[in-house]
Every structure is written in C-alpha cells, then in structure tokens.
Design a protein around this ligand. Sequence first.
Ligand code: MN
Ligand code: MN
Length: 357
Amino acid sequence: MPTGGKTTLTQFLIEERRRAPEATGDLNALITDVSLACKAISRKVAYGELGGMLGSAGASNVQGEEQKALDVISNSIFLRANEWGGHVAAMVSEELEQVYTLPSQYPRGKYLLMFDPLDGSSNIDVNVAVGSIFSITRAPSPGEDAQAADFLQPGTRQVCAGYAIYGPSTMLVLTLGKGTHAFTLEPMLGEWVLSHPNLRIPESTREFAINASNSRFWEPAVKRYVDECLAGQTGPRGTDFNMRWIASLVAETHRILMRGGVFLYPRDNKDPAKAGRLRLLYEANPISMLVEQAGGRASDGRRRLMEIEPESLHQRIGFVFGSADEVARIERYHGEDPPDAYASPLFARRGLFAQAG
Ligand code: MN
Ligand code: MN
C-alpha cells in the first residue's frame, strides 16, 4: 500500500457506503468535492505572504467583519468545487448574505452544503492554524433550487459534518454519524490518510478556553464556572486548571478532540442584538456533531445545541462544548442563575475578573 497500510479517505467512504446499501454515492461524491476544496485552500494558505493574498479584500462580509483576500478566494474555491457535480441543491457560506443558487447549467442535487470557507482568518497574518468548516443536510426538495428556509434545520438533521485544519500538518476531521475520524493530508500523494480513527474526548478535563477580555459581559453562571476553575486547588473544584485561547474555532476544536478540554464562547450582554459570537449553521452545528460523535457534549450553555431550531442563515449562538462532565456542569450553573443576577452585588464582588466597585 502506498499509504503504509493506512486507509485513504476514498477507501473509508467506499467502505462506509457498503454498510448502507441504499446509499447512492452522492454523499461520498460531495464529500470528495469538499475535501478537494480543502486541499486547494490548504495550498493557498501555505504560501502565506508569498501568495500575495494575506491582506484585506477591502470589503466587509455579511457579519460586518473585514474580509481578507484569502476569505474571498477560499469562498470561491468552495463554490467552484461543489456547484458542478449535481450533489447539492444550493449552498450557504459565511461570506455570502444570501443562499448561493447554482448556475443554471448544473443539475440540482439532494443535499444542502453550509460552510465557513476560512475560519480564524483574522489570525492568518500571525501564522496560527486556520481551517474550513462544513455541514451537510438533506434538501427538503431534492432536485430543485433551495430557499433560505430549507437551510433552517436543527443540527440533529446533519448527515455529515467536518472541518479541515491548516496547521503544521493539514488534517480533515469528519463524521457521517458513526464516530469522528481524522485524516492527515499526505503532501506528496495529495491523499487524505486515516490517521486518527474514532476520536474520543475524555469525559473530564482540567483545561478550559474562553476569551477572558469579555468577562465583564458574562452571565453569572459563566463567571461562577471560570472563577471556580481559576481558584484551583484551594477552590470548590479542588484542582488546578489550565487555560488556553487560540481565537480560532477550528484550532480550539482540534485541541479538544485530541486531548480534551472545554471551550466557551457564551452568550453575553456585550451586544444585546447578538445571542453569541459564533454562527449556528456553519460553525456551532458541525462542531457539535463532531464533538458528540467523539463522546463529548455541545450546548448553547443551557441545552443541547443541535436541537435548536435555526431562525436565520447567519444566526449567532452562545457555544459551549468539549468534555461532557464540564459542559453538563456549565448547563447546571445556568439553571441556578438567581433572578436579576447582573445587578446582584454578590456577583459583582465574587468574580476574580469582576470590575472594582
Ligand atoms: Mn469562523
Ligand atoms: Mn470565516
């Protein structure tokens, strides 16, 4: 075997399909097209400054965030790789306000593809790992153009979710609902090779990740959780915790899938118009499926994230995921919120991050 006896992505997909005799092969073909887009983006990212694409694209996306040239290029790589094959009915991208309707010459397929073509792109200038995230559901009206409402399905209806991470090595992490599996790109062959089958997130952890600069906006349950972690051995948890923060969702997810931990980007009161920072359809839902399939837990802080009925394409949501015991604890703390908690002098004093006065 050219891959030293290890399974390639192609072989993995074919063997998965043999176990589902009703499958037509469309999903495998779609995943193959997505994985090709990820390989192409990986090459663009690897050229860094030499590629001449690290700067701003001089525009903002639908979220009001600065678009980098590489965001725009990654978006069009995803669109071009997936629009022609007849597997998708339409697509939704972080970089496009509206549903992407396929060019008229291509057949409409039976799946919907949602993606964040370049996650963590605000980190690209500092050469930190970035990635692409994707989610696949069935199209309610296969063979026809899909409308925005067709995409508003809860995460439990995903048939496949995954991400590629462009780090020291390029990896593709995938679930089809039977475990979470990681493939490493063999750079000479250009093949995805199954390097980490059946990832498992340990149930408990002593590592958490949160953007502490937002602490003054946190809900009391989050403050309490973080304070207890920070209090370490002398606090109620009776053990020391480590903190990590990369500010790249794909990189945070990858660390947690590889060695455990808990990630929080909770709902806060920084901007009442936004229920959180991360996007439900193409960030939180696919990451949740990967995490659950690896034995972890994923939540909006209060309930199972994948059961939330989406209301809009670019909806934001509070997101807490990782080791099951810690996520369950955070959900429990939210259930114990005292009423009118922000005004409570108790919470104003107790936080280690709390502001004076
Ligand atoms: Mn992102
Ligand atoms: Mn992005």
